[in-house]
Design a protein around this ligand. Structure first.
Ligand code: ZN
Ligand code: ZN
Ligand code: ZN
Length: 89
């Protein structure tokens, strides 16, 4: 079996970024689809997946512990949680 190290067979048609796995490409192309990206308030992290942002916040910014009990959004202060208009209510 020959292992082609460094070969990334999947490339994005829009920005030419390359990926080793099709799943990586599929995940990536969402950013070109007009899907609104969720930005982290605390660093440059961004993702089209709200669940990924929540996971990121939990891991990277775990000092921000105000959590909406309904939709499990994370907030860095009680004020922002209180001003949060929860869509699931
Ligand atoms: Zn792309
Ligand atoms: Zn962050
Ligand atoms: Zn909520």
């Amino acid at each position: 079996m020959i292992i082609h190290t460094g070969v990334k067979p999947y490339s994005c048609e829009i920005c030419q970024q390359t990926f080793t796995q099709l799943s990586g490409l599929n995940h990536h192309v969402i950013i070109h689809s007009g899907t609104k990206l969720h930005h982290c308030d605390y660093c440059d992290f961004e993702t089209p997946h709200k669940s990924s942002l929540n996971r990121h916040l939990k891991r990277q910014h775990s000092e921000h512990k105000e959590i909406c009990p309904v939709c499990e959004d994370y907030f860095y202060s009680k004020e922002s949680l209180q001003s949060h208009k929860c869509k699931k209510l």
